[in-house]
Design a protein around this ligand. Structure first.
Ligand SMILES: [Zn+2]
Length: 287
Protein backbone atom coordinates (compact mmCIF):
# COMPACT_ATOMS: atom_id res chain seq x y z
CA UNK A 1 0.00 0.00 0.00
CA UNK A 2 1.20 3.52 -0.72
CA UNK A 3 2.13 5.65 2.26
CA UNK A 4 3.81 8.98 2.84
CA UNK A 5 7.49 8.90 3.65
CA UNK A 6 6.83 10.58 7.00
CA UNK A 7 4.57 7.69 8.08
CA UNK A 8 7.25 5.20 7.13
CA UNK A 9 9.92 7.16 8.98
CA UNK A 10 7.79 7.51 12.12
CA UNK A 11 7.38 3.73 12.18
CA UNK A 12 11.12 3.27 11.63
CA UNK A 13 12.02 5.60 14.48
CA UNK A 14 9.58 3.86 16.82
CA UNK A 15 10.97 0.45 15.94
CA UNK A 16 14.70 1.23 15.73
CA UNK A 17 15.46 0.71 12.05
CA UNK A 18 15.93 2.79 8.88
CA UNK A 19 13.93 2.60 5.66
CA UNK A 20 16.05 2.09 2.56
CA UNK A 21 15.30 4.56 -0.22
CA UNK A 22 16.30 3.17 -3.59
CA UNK A 23 16.63 5.17 -6.79
CA UNK A 24 15.24 3.67 -9.95
CA UNK A 25 14.87 4.42 -13.65
CA UNK A 26 13.49 1.41 -15.54
CA UNK A 27 11.03 -1.47 -15.27
CA UNK A 28 13.37 -4.22 -14.03
CA UNK A 29 14.88 -1.78 -11.56
CA UNK A 30 11.40 -0.95 -10.18
CA UNK A 31 10.43 -4.64 -10.04
CA UNK A 32 13.68 -5.55 -8.28
CA UNK A 33 13.15 -3.00 -5.51
CA UNK A 34 9.48 -3.79 -4.90
CA UNK A 35 9.87 -7.57 -5.15
CA UNK A 36 12.84 -7.43 -2.76
CA UNK A 37 10.77 -5.43 -0.27
CA UNK A 38 7.85 -7.87 -0.47
CA UNK A 39 10.14 -10.85 -0.11
CA UNK A 40 11.93 -9.28 2.87
CA UNK A 41 8.66 -7.93 4.28
CA UNK A 42 10.35 -4.57 4.53
CA UNK A 43 8.89 -1.08 4.22
CA UNK A 44 10.52 0.66 1.26
CA UNK A 45 10.90 4.04 -0.41
CA UNK A 46 11.25 3.95 -4.17
CA UNK A 47 12.61 7.20 -5.52
CA UNK A 48 13.75 8.96 -8.65
CA UNK A 49 15.65 12.15 -9.31
CA UNK A 50 14.66 14.64 -12.01
CA UNK A 51 16.68 13.06 -14.83
CA UNK A 52 15.32 9.60 -13.92
CA UNK A 53 11.74 10.88 -13.88
CA UNK A 54 12.18 12.51 -17.28
CA UNK A 55 13.68 9.29 -18.63
CA UNK A 56 10.74 7.14 -17.46
CA UNK A 57 7.90 9.71 -17.66
CA UNK A 58 6.61 10.54 -14.18
CA UNK A 59 3.06 9.28 -14.80
CA UNK A 60 4.30 5.98 -16.24
CA UNK A 61 6.61 5.55 -13.24
CA UNK A 62 3.91 6.12 -10.62
CA UNK A 63 1.37 4.01 -12.56
CA UNK A 64 3.76 1.04 -12.58
CA UNK A 65 4.61 1.42 -8.90
CA UNK A 66 0.93 1.76 -7.96
CA UNK A 67 -0.01 -1.29 -10.03
CA UNK A 68 2.68 -3.50 -8.48
CA UNK A 69 2.23 -2.11 -4.96
CA UNK A 70 -1.53 -2.74 -5.16
CA UNK A 71 -0.84 -6.47 -5.12
CA UNK A 72 1.51 -6.25 -2.14
CA UNK A 73 1.04 -5.98 1.59
CA UNK A 74 4.11 -3.88 2.40
CA UNK A 75 4.04 -0.07 2.83
CA UNK A 76 5.70 1.80 -0.05
CA UNK A 77 6.45 5.50 -0.50
CA UNK A 78 7.28 7.17 -3.82
CA UNK A 79 9.78 9.98 -3.34
CA UNK A 80 11.32 12.69 -5.51
CA UNK A 81 15.07 12.59 -4.88
CA UNK A 82 17.02 15.88 -5.00
CA UNK A 83 14.17 17.95 -6.43
CA UNK A 84 15.91 20.84 -8.18
CA UNK A 85 13.06 23.38 -8.23
CA UNK A 86 9.66 24.30 -6.85
CA UNK A 87 8.13 23.41 -10.24
CA UNK A 88 9.64 19.91 -10.14
CA UNK A 89 8.03 19.34 -6.74
CA UNK A 90 4.62 20.45 -8.02
CA UNK A 91 5.02 18.19 -11.06
CA UNK A 92 5.72 15.19 -8.78
CA UNK A 93 2.73 15.98 -6.58
CA UNK A 94 0.66 15.79 -9.78
CA UNK A 95 2.29 12.49 -10.78
CA UNK A 96 1.13 11.02 -7.47
CA UNK A 97 4.38 10.84 -5.52
CA UNK A 98 3.83 10.46 -1.78
CA UNK A 99 6.77 12.67 -0.81
CA UNK A 100 9.16 15.13 -2.38
CA UNK A 101 12.65 16.26 -1.53
CA UNK A 102 13.60 19.80 -2.29
CA UNK A 103 17.37 20.22 -2.48
CA UNK A 104 18.15 23.89 -2.02
CA UNK A 105 21.53 23.19 -0.47
CA UNK A 106 23.36 25.07 -3.20
CA UNK A 107 21.15 28.15 -2.75
CA UNK A 108 21.82 30.77 -0.08
CA UNK A 109 20.49 29.73 3.33
CA UNK A 110 17.68 32.30 3.08
CA UNK A 111 16.64 31.21 -0.42
CA UNK A 112 16.76 27.54 0.62
CA UNK A 113 14.36 28.34 3.47
CA UNK A 114 12.05 30.40 1.25
CA UNK A 115 11.67 27.82 -1.53
CA UNK A 116 11.51 24.84 0.85
CA UNK A 117 8.75 26.58 2.78
CA UNK A 118 6.72 27.00 -0.43
CA UNK A 119 7.27 23.34 -1.34
CA UNK A 120 6.12 22.27 2.14
CA UNK A 121 2.99 24.41 1.81
CA UNK A 122 2.02 22.80 -1.51
CA UNK A 123 2.98 19.27 -0.49
CA UNK A 124 1.23 19.33 2.87
CA UNK A 125 -1.91 20.68 1.19
CA UNK A 126 -1.76 17.56 -1.02
CA UNK A 127 -1.22 15.33 2.02
CA UNK A 128 2.35 14.35 1.23
CA UNK A 129 5.62 14.86 3.09
CA UNK A 130 8.80 16.81 2.37
CA UNK A 131 12.52 16.23 2.84
CA UNK A 132 14.78 19.28 3.00
CA UNK A 133 18.55 19.51 2.75
CA UNK A 134 21.11 21.56 4.59
CA UNK A 135 24.83 21.40 3.87
CA UNK A 136 26.20 20.04 0.64
CA UNK A 137 26.21 16.27 0.06
CA UNK A 138 28.53 16.09 -2.90
CA UNK A 139 29.98 13.30 -4.97
CA UNK A 140 32.68 11.03 -3.55
CA UNK A 141 35.32 13.03 -5.47
CA UNK A 142 34.40 16.13 -3.48
CA UNK A 143 34.22 14.44 -0.08
CA UNK A 144 37.97 14.43 0.62
CA UNK A 145 37.93 18.22 0.49
CA UNK A 146 34.75 18.38 2.54
CA UNK A 147 36.27 16.45 5.40
CA UNK A 148 39.01 19.06 5.55
CA UNK A 149 36.43 21.83 5.61
CA UNK A 150 33.89 20.80 8.23
CA UNK A 151 31.94 24.04 7.71
CA UNK A 152 30.55 22.44 4.54
CA UNK A 153 28.95 19.75 6.68
CA UNK A 154 25.57 20.70 8.12
CA UNK A 155 25.64 23.25 10.91
CA UNK A 156 23.38 21.92 13.72
CA UNK A 157 22.05 25.34 14.72
CA UNK A 158 21.20 26.13 11.08
CA UNK A 159 19.44 22.76 10.85
CA UNK A 160 17.29 23.58 13.86
CA UNK A 161 16.35 27.00 12.43
CA UNK A 162 15.72 25.53 8.96
CA UNK A 163 13.33 22.85 10.24
CA UNK A 164 11.51 25.34 12.44
CA UNK A 165 11.14 27.86 9.60
CA UNK A 166 10.15 25.43 6.85
CA UNK A 167 8.17 22.68 8.57
CA UNK A 168 9.96 19.88 6.67
CA UNK A 169 9.13 16.34 7.80
CA UNK A 170 12.68 15.02 7.56
CA UNK A 171 16.10 16.43 6.90
CA UNK A 172 19.02 15.34 4.72
CA UNK A 173 22.05 16.42 6.68
CA UNK A 174 25.62 16.39 5.46
CA UNK A 175 27.63 14.44 8.04
CA UNK A 176 30.42 13.00 5.90
CA UNK A 177 28.81 10.67 3.34
CA UNK A 178 28.80 11.30 -0.42
CA UNK A 179 27.18 10.03 -3.61
CA UNK A 180 29.04 7.40 -5.64
CA UNK A 181 31.86 5.02 -4.74
CA UNK A 182 34.22 5.73 -1.85
CA UNK A 183 37.95 5.11 -2.24
CA UNK A 184 38.18 4.48 1.52
CA UNK A 185 35.37 4.03 4.04
CA UNK A 186 33.76 7.42 4.80
CA UNK A 187 34.23 9.02 8.21
CA UNK A 188 30.85 9.89 9.61
CA UNK A 189 30.61 12.77 12.08
CA UNK A 190 28.41 11.03 14.67
CA UNK A 191 28.67 13.86 17.22
CA UNK A 192 27.26 16.25 14.63
CA UNK A 193 24.50 13.80 13.71
CA UNK A 194 23.50 13.39 17.35
CA UNK A 195 23.30 17.15 17.87
CA UNK A 196 21.33 17.72 14.65
CA UNK A 197 18.81 14.98 15.53
CA UNK A 198 18.37 16.35 19.05
CA UNK A 199 17.91 19.95 17.91
CA UNK A 200 15.60 19.33 14.93
CA UNK A 201 13.53 16.46 16.38
CA UNK A 202 12.81 15.19 12.83
CA UNK A 203 14.08 11.94 11.26
CA UNK A 204 17.48 12.43 9.62
CA UNK A 205 18.18 11.17 6.10
CA UNK A 206 21.56 9.73 5.18
CA UNK A 207 22.49 10.13 1.51
CA UNK A 208 25.26 8.14 -0.16
CA UNK A 209 24.55 4.86 1.67
CA UNK A 210 26.60 2.75 -0.79
CA UNK A 211 29.82 1.62 0.89
CA UNK A 212 29.01 2.86 4.41
CA UNK A 213 30.06 0.02 6.77
CA UNK A 214 27.26 -1.87 8.54
CA UNK A 215 28.50 -0.82 11.99
CA UNK A 216 28.30 2.86 10.98
CA UNK A 217 24.78 2.37 9.60
CA UNK A 218 23.76 0.80 12.90
CA UNK A 219 25.21 3.66 14.91
CA UNK A 220 23.65 6.26 12.61
CA UNK A 221 20.23 4.65 13.12
CA UNK A 222 20.69 4.71 16.91
CA UNK A 223 21.44 8.46 16.67
CA UNK A 224 18.37 9.44 14.63
CA UNK A 225 18.80 8.37 11.00
CA UNK A 226 15.56 6.82 9.71
CA UNK A 227 16.02 6.93 5.90
CA UNK A 228 19.10 5.81 4.02
CA UNK A 229 19.53 6.43 0.28
CA UNK A 230 21.08 3.79 -1.96
CA UNK A 231 21.66 4.12 -5.67
CA UNK A 232 25.17 3.14 -6.79
CA UNK A 233 25.14 -0.29 -5.09
CA UNK A 234 22.08 -1.45 -7.01
CA UNK A 235 23.24 -0.14 -10.39
CA UNK A 236 26.59 -1.78 -9.77
CA UNK A 237 24.89 -5.14 -9.12
CA UNK A 238 22.91 -4.78 -12.32
CA UNK A 239 25.84 -3.89 -14.53
CA UNK A 240 28.26 -6.43 -13.02
CA UNK A 241 25.72 -9.18 -13.68
CA UNK A 242 25.14 -7.90 -17.20
CA UNK A 243 28.88 -8.16 -17.93
CA UNK A 244 28.91 -11.76 -16.63
CA UNK A 245 25.79 -12.67 -18.61
CA UNK A 246 27.20 -11.32 -21.85
CA UNK A 247 30.66 -12.79 -21.25
CA UNK A 248 29.04 -16.21 -20.65
CA UNK A 249 27.09 -16.00 -23.87
CA UNK A 250 28.08 -13.12 -26.20
CA UNK A 251 25.43 -14.17 -28.73
CA UNK A 252 22.58 -13.98 -26.22
CA UNK A 253 19.77 -12.00 -27.85
CA UNK A 254 17.13 -12.83 -25.25
CA UNK A 255 16.59 -9.48 -23.58
CA UNK A 256 14.30 -10.98 -20.93
CA UNK A 257 17.06 -13.38 -19.95
CA UNK A 258 19.77 -10.68 -19.89
CA UNK A 259 17.69 -8.13 -17.99
CA UNK A 260 16.03 -10.79 -15.85
CA UNK A 261 19.36 -12.02 -14.52
CA UNK A 262 20.34 -8.44 -13.74
CA UNK A 263 17.00 -7.93 -12.02
CA UNK A 264 17.74 -10.87 -9.72
CA UNK A 265 21.16 -9.39 -8.92
CA UNK A 266 19.57 -6.03 -8.08
CA UNK A 267 17.00 -7.76 -5.88
CA UNK A 268 19.77 -9.41 -3.91
CA UNK A 269 21.61 -6.08 -3.48
CA UNK A 270 18.41 -4.40 -2.24
CA UNK A 271 17.76 -7.17 0.31
CA UNK A 272 21.37 -6.88 1.52
CA UNK A 273 20.87 -3.14 2.12
CA UNK A 274 17.54 -3.75 3.86
CA UNK A 275 19.29 -6.23 6.13
CA UNK A 276 21.87 -3.55 7.02
CA UNK A 277 19.07 -1.07 7.71
CA UNK A 278 17.41 -3.71 9.93
CA UNK A 279 14.10 -3.14 8.13
CA UNK A 280 13.58 -6.82 7.22
CA UNK A 281 10.29 -8.21 8.61
CA UNK A 282 9.31 -4.73 9.85
CA UNK A 283 6.37 -4.56 7.44
CA UNK A 284 4.68 -7.48 9.14
CA UNK A 285 1.51 -6.39 10.89
CA UNK A 286 1.95 -2.92 9.49
CA UNK A 287 -0.83 -0.55 10.52
ZN1 LIG B 1 21.44 12.23 -2.39
Amino acid sequence: MLQTTSRLLAHAKNHGYAVGAFNTNNLEYIQAILEAAEEAQSPVIIQAAGSEIDYMDGYVFTDIVRRITGRMSIPVAINLDHGESYDRSIQCIQYGFTSVMFDGSRLSFEDNIAVTRDVVKAAHAAGISVEGEIGIIGGTAEIEDMLDHSQELSNPEECRYFVEQTGVDCLAASIGTAHGLYKAAPKLDFERLKTIAALTKVPIVLHGGTGVPAADIKQAISLGVAKINFSTVVRQACISQMKVTLADDPDNLDLMNILGRSKDAMKKAVIDMMTMCESVQKAENWQ
